[in-house]
Write a protein that binds this ligand. Structure first.
Ligand code: ZN
Length: 116
């Protein structure tokens, strides 16, 4: 795990991980596993979801594709948005109207829980 998680992101990860499973449980989303990934195959991707496996990978910060050096952290709000996006893909693979409706619901729920 340590090569995939920057030490400064451990605090955030310790909030993201349990909250992801709480939200998934309450919305009946089949989440099985969530992992931080610093090096998606494509740097334009902030996360990835395999709905049939129930697996989500989430970028908290990137590693430089050539040097492997850690880059700066993503803004925390963006990480939560990506989490909501990938959770929504567990139920709806395409970016359909149904997907965006679920995304809105999940974002609201995540923001509510973060305020508690
Ligand atoms: Zn998407």
């Amino acid at each position: 795990m340590s090569e995939n998680l920057h030490p400064l992101d451990i605090g955030l990860w310790c909030r993201v991980f349990p909250l992801a499973f709480e939200v998934a449980r309450d919305h009946k989303l089949p989440l099985k596993e969530i992992r931080p990934t610093p090096a998606p195959e494509d740097m334009s991707k902030f996360g990835c979801c395999w709905p049939r496996l129930g697996v989500i990978h989430l970028v908290l910060r990137f590693k430089h594709p050539q040097t492997g050096e850690w880059m700066g952290p993503r803004p925390e709000a963006n990480v939560w948005q990506t989490l909501a996006h990938e959770l929504a893909h567990l139920e709806e693979e395409r970016h359909s109207p149904r997907f965006y409706a679920l995304l809105d619901t999940l974002l609201q729920d995540i923001n509510d829980r973060r305020r508690v």
